[in-house]
Design a protein around this ligand. Structure first.
Ligand SMILES: Cc1cc2nc3c(=O)[nH]c(=O)nc-3n(C[C@H](O)[C@H](O)[C@H](O)COP(=O)(O)OP(=O)(O)OC[C@H]3O[C@@H](n4cnc5c(N)ncnc54)[C@H](O)[C@@H]3O)c2cc1C
Length: 440
């Protein structure tokens, strides 16, 4: 069966690898010069810059399995650390890597530093409430609604809000409580190592995109980079693709495909399907998106209790939720990445204003005097980093028309927009496409 996969982000690559493994004749079309989509690097080198700091979780079973399948040494490529939310002042909690998860979570909350007895008891009551609900709630409920009775202000601000914004890239007041609870169930309260943080030790391109492309080509698949699909038309029970053409495309038009998987962002999938499936296209086009700003700076050296630290964020003058100090460090300085998730409300002030506020926030958190220099290395803004995972959001289904499916972190599923959601969607689309052929 001839299968076309449009887009070589993590969803498209997952679909392509699984379809190739199943013996299909796979062609991947990617508009950009580098594979990886939103989790890509600028180039293939060891010193490449990524499109924003990414972290993986121990519970990303599909992603880790796929990385291993294409030959990535996961243990060396990712630094595994038990989950901890630590602030620069030492406050926070750390989850013990052993023992039953609920007990480990209760111990972590009881042992949390910088929280009073009332805070700790309220956090434990909150976790019990989530468990009592079976980690489920009505679709219209926000994370703020979910918390309305239980935890203290400190627990909301320093524990729940950072977890919510990191996982859903959506502020607590709007974020879907159902999706948040699904993440908590499967990570914090899931299998023993599911909540471990996996911090990339290499550029993102080397974690999956480049090894997957090499693997695909070695296993007989075709991967076209710099080839944007511009149109899609049915052709006698198959699908014909039109591409933004280079000279050789004109000489060799692609024969039609039995199955097509659109593994593009939602807006591109909406455009490509507008005339074919107007209802589905409208649902994909209606998804709202939320930006992430990633700021890299060089700061005077300070003690770092962990490679990833939480920062006190607020809407006034503190935009960043997390700071990372990873990899080899320059002499006498810290190379730090600050992440501003759910950055929409901040970007209304302009990305320069966000960077200035984040640097000032970093000074305050680490006690860096005005006379000490902090040099800004880069500010990257991804305006459509993820879909807004709001309460009640309706995500488009995987199936569009016979032989035509969608895969991506935005397609209907239990999780927010993450690498794992993208890989799961890609694998599901490949499975369904293969199954449809067998039935016909
Ligand atoms: C700054 C930032 C930080 C993030 N942090 C994390 C994190 O810490 N942990 C985590 O799990 N997730 C994180 N995410 C989310 C994660 O990156 C995404 O969920 C994931 O990469 C989405 O993959 P995808 O394959 O669904 O889509 P995409 O990555 O968007 O891939 C779609 C691909 O389709 C291509 N394309 C589009 N139109 C066409 C066309 N017409 N023809 C051919 N090709 C086309 C695009 O070029 C792209 O390569 C972050 C995202 C951003 C932006």
């Amino acid at each position: 069966m001839r299968m076309a996969i449009v887009g070589a982000g993590w969803a498209g690559l997952a679909a392509a690898v699984r379809a190739t493994e199943a013996g299909h004749d796979v062609t991947v079309f990617e508009a950009a010069g580098m594979p990886g989509g939103r989790a890509r690097s600028d180039d293939a080198s060891d010193g490449a810059t990524d499109n924003g700091q990414h972290i993986l979780l121990g519970g990303y079973a599909c992603t880790l399995g796929l990385m291993r399948n294409v030959g990535v040494d996961v243990e060396r490529a990712l630094l595994r650390v038990p989950l901890r939310v630590t602030y620069a002042d030492g406050a926070g909690f750390a989850l013990a890597p052993t023992g039953p998860r609920l007990l480990a979570a209760a111990r972590a909350l009881l042992g949390a530093r910088g929280f009073g007895v009332v805070d700790k008891l309220s956090a434990i009551a909150m976790a019990r409430d989530w468990r009592r609900r079976g980690f489920r709630c009505p679709p219209s409920m926000t994370v703020a609604d979910l918390l309305h009775r239980a935890p203290t202000e400190l627990v909301r601000r320093r524990l729940v809000e950072p977890l919510c914004v990191a996982a859903l890239n959506t502020p607590m007041a709007e974020a879907s409580a159902g999706v948040f609870l699904a993440v908590m169930r499967d990570s914090l309260f899931g299998a023993r190592d599911a909540s471990d943080l996996l911090l990339p030790q290499r550029p993102l391109a080397q974690l999956l995109p480049l090894p997957a492309v090499d693997w695909l080509r070695a296993h007989g698949a075709t991967v076209h980079l710099r080839r944007r699909v511009t149109g899609l038309a049915p052709d006698d029970g198959r699908w014909r693709l039109a591409c933004a053409t280079g000279a050789d495309d004109l000489r060799k038009p692609e024969p039609p495909f039995d199955q097509v998987i659109l593994a593009t962002p939602a807006t591109d999938a909406a455009r490509l399907t507008q005339a074919l499936a107007p209802g589905w296209s409208a649902a994909a086009g209606a998804l709202a998106h939320e930006p992430i700003v990633t700021i890299t700076l060089m700061a005077p050296r300070r003690p770092w209790p962990a490679p990833m630290l939480a920062l006190d964020a607020d809407d006034g003058d503190a935009p960043a939720q997390f700071a990372f100090r990873l990899g080899d460090q320059p002499a006498g300085a810290d190379r730090v990445t600050l992440v501003v998730s759910a950055a929409g409300r901040w970007l209304e002030r302009g990305s320069d204003a966000v960077a200035v506020a984040a640097v000032a926030q970093y000074r305050r958190a680490f006690g860096i005097a005005p006379g000490e220099t902090i040099a800004l290395a880069s500010v990257r803004t991804d305006k459509r980093a993820t879909y807004r995972c709001t309460a009640g959001v309706v995500r488009p289904a995987m199936d569009i028309l016979p032989g035509l499916r969608a895969a991506g972190d935005w397609v209907a599923g239990p999780y927010p927009a993450t690498l794992e959601a993208a890989v799961m969607a890609g694998e599901a689309a490949a499975r369904a496409s293969a199954g449809e052929r067998r039935l016909s």
